[in-house]
Structures are given as C-alpha cells and as structure tokens.
Design a protein around this ligand. Structure first.
Ligand code: NAD
Ligand code: IPM
Ligand code: MN
Length: 347
C-alpha cells in the first residue's frame, strides 16, 4: 500500500487541538482511499523552548527534509516567549529553508456559513510570497533605549523571488478564471514596489490569456470587502499577503475557516500545511477552536501529495458538516463536535 510520511508539529495553544482534529480526518480519508499516512509527532513549541532554550533542535531542518509533507498547527505563546523569538525560531525558518515560496490561501464561503458581507459568493485564491520581502529579517536597532533610537527593517525583493511568485500566480489563474490581481504600494514605496509592478508588466505578455490588473494594497483591502466577487487570483508580497489573508479569513466567516499551504513548487523539499490562524491564547483552554481551517489545510496536503480523490472527499465532508449548520459560527460548537461531524460525513 502506498504510504506517505508526515511530520506533525502541533505547536502551541489551539494548534494542538486543531492538528489532532485534522489528523483524525486525514487518517480516515487515507484508510478509505487505499493509502496510509505515517505521522511522526514533534513537540516543538514555546513549551519546548522553555525546556530546551530552542524552538526546535539544531538539526530540525535536516530531520524534516526526509518527510513527504509537514502538517503544522500554530506557533506562539506571547505570554511566555516573545513572538519574534518563537516565530523566527520555528515557523519562518522552515518556510525559508524549504523554499516554500508560494503560500496559497483560499477564501470562499462554505455552505451554511454566513460571512459578514452582503456578497453571497466569492472565490478568491490569495497567493502570498513566503520567503523574502518584508520578512527578510534584515535590519537592526541603534542607540537602543535612548531618544536617538533608530530601528530599520529592510524589505528585500529579488528578481528571482518576485518573478517566481508572479509566474506561480499566472499559472494558478490559468487553472481558474484567468484573472490575476497583482498587489503593491508602488505609489509610496518607490523601489521595491515599482520593481514588482515592472516585473508584473514584463511577464504579462507571456500569459496573454490571463487578464492582469495591478492594485494598491489599500484599494485591494477595500475591494475585498466591497467587491470580493470581482477577484480571482490575488498575488501579494509577504506582509501584504499576510494582512490580506486575515481579511480574507474574516470575509469567509472567521479565522477558523482559512486554510493555507506553504508550497515548494519545485518539490526540492517538503511543503508545509497549516491554518492561517495562530494559537489563539484567548480561547486555547475552552475547547471551542474551529478545526475546519486545519482540516481544509490537510485536504490541501492530500492534493499536493497527488491524492486528489481523498482531498475531494475531505472537502465534501467539511461542506456536508457546515451545510448542516455545524461549526458555522465562531464559538457555537466544540472542536470535538465539529470533528465528529466531519468524520461522520466522511464515513
Ligand atoms: P490568532 O489567529 O491566534 O487569533 C486571532 C483571533 O481569532 C482570536 O480572537 C482567536 O480566538 C480567533 N481564532 C483564531 N483561530 C480560531 C479558530 N480556529 N477557531 C475560533 N477562533 C479562532 O492571532 P493572534 O491572537 O494575533 O496570535 C496569537 C499567537 O499566535 C501569537 O503568538 C501569534 O504570533 C501566533 N500566530 C501564529 C501563526 C502561525 O503559527 N501560523 C499565525 C498567526 C499568529
Ligand atoms: C501567518 C502568521 C505568520 C506570518 C506569523 C505568525 C509570523 O501570521 O502565517 O499568517 O506572518 O506569516
Ligand atoms: Mn498571518
């Protein structure tokens, strides 16, 4: 029987319960589809940091490299470990080391979910550059703590980095409605974002079948609320994509619905699948985290592994549960209730 090795990194807070939920559903989908998932748990998290002084071991990247995919919950417990330490110690280095440069985040309303907008239907695929830009980690602080203090955070945009994420967006658009929105802030950021706009314009003639429009990030934020149905594929830089995808989560009913895939398109290293949301410390002990985002991310993982039938089964099971009104409003159902409903629909 075909078998895939999956590294499980539940992480912190609700990351643990939603990963557990997703894993149950994925195992059920695998066994009914004739393949196996071999999961190996890694306890890397803020609790692990408190014990060991590291978010993950020194050889973690080499350990993960051997897996077919990574399923991650959420990282961060700011009351105990500063976010800049935990995220730069675990999540962000994996995205970079494995060149997971395309972060794919779908935003649409599941059946039975009433979003906050009047628009009854939209289907947006946000594609976020995931390895450079505003998250390059270049910068520093001088005269710290004095009135002369200066903090610099340099965004690094390379031709290779910008070109490959835009090409990825064009290719995705070809699989959908052939509309690509390229998002920048080139009216204010005169180097990096003008460069991004130029690369977009230069690539466009290679994809004459795709309709390309450049938007400013502020206007795009408004458009996602006012006219989300006018959008298809939206490509943005690391930080802009981060912000737009929490907005996308909001219009699809909440962070509990927003799935995400950190893809290495060349398949030179494993890809990583995780919900858009974080560890949600405010609800972490209540048992009410919505696991749908994590389960949907798991479905994206199955698709990436080539198990399209199983991926479709998981999506159909999620939709059957929400169509019955299960898990459609934040806090309404317990994590367990939603997971059981998805498992029942799968069976
Ligand atoms: P968050 O996404 O954890 O929570 C924002 C709000 O959404 C909270 O009110 C939370 O209760 C709610 N929410 C999130 N997921 C939910 C779910 N599945 N079901 C129901 N409600 C849900 O964002 P935050 O509070 O800014 O961050 C908390 C921690 O998580 C921080 O340490 C942050 O850095 C980290 N974080 C990690 C990731 C990641 O690992 N990918 C993503 C975002 C934030
Ligand atoms: C996300 C998260 C991370 C990001 C944080 C936790 C570093 O917000 O995956 O959207 O900004 O990439
Ligand atoms: Mn985010």
């Amino acid at each position: 029987m075909k078998s895939y090795s999956i590294a499980l990194i539940p992480g912190d807070g609700i990351g643990k319960s939603v990963t557990e939920a997703a894993w149950q559903v994925l195992e059920a989908a695998a066994s009914s589809s004739g393949f196996a998932l071999q999961g190996q748990h890694f306890p890397w998290s803020c609790a692990y940091y408190k014990e060991t002084g590291r978010m993950m071991p020194e050889d973690a990247i080499e350990t993960l490299r051997g897996f077919d995919a990574i399923l991650l919950g959420a990282v961060g417990w700011p009351a105990e470990v500063p976010d800049a330490v935990s995220l730069h110690g675990l999540l962000l280095p994996i995205r970079k080391a494995f060149v997971q440069y395309a972060n794919i985040r779908p935003h649409r309303l599941l059946p039975g979910v009433e979003g906050p907008l009047k628009a009854a239907s939209f289907d947006i695929l946000c594609i976020r550059e995931n390895t450079e830009g505003e998250y390059s980690g270049a910068g520093g602080r001088v005269h710290q703590g004095t009135s002369d203090e200066v903090a610099v955070e340099t965004s690094i945009f390379t031709r290779n980095g910008v070109e490959r994420i835009l090409r990825f967006g064009f290719e995705q658009a070809r699989l959908r409605k052939r509309k690509l929105a390229s998002v920048t802030k080139s009216n204010a950021q005169k180097y990096s974002m003008v460069f991004w706009d130029e690369v977009t314009a230069r690539l466009a003639p290679e994809y004459p079948d795709v309709q390309v429009t450049s938007y400013h990030i502020d206007a795009m934020a408004a458009r996602m609320v006012m006219a989300p149905d006018s959008l298809d594929v939206v490509v943005a830089s690391n930080l802009f994509g981060d912000i737009l995808t929490d907005l996308g989560a909001a219009i699809q009913g909440g962070l509990g619905f927003a799935a995400s895939a950190n893809i290495n398109p060349d398949r030179s290293a494993p890809s990583m699948f995780e919900p858009v949301h974080g560890s949600a410390p405010d609800i972490a002990h209540l048992g009410i985290a919505n696991p749908i985002a994590a389960i949907w991310s798991g479905a994206m993982m199955l698709g990436h592994l080539g198990e399209h039938g199983a991926a479709a089964k998981v999506m159909a099971a999620i939709e059957a549960a929400t169509a019955r009104g299960i898990g459609t409003r934040p806090g309404q159902d317990r994590t367990e209730t939603i997971t059981t409903a998805v498992l029942a629909a799968l069976a």
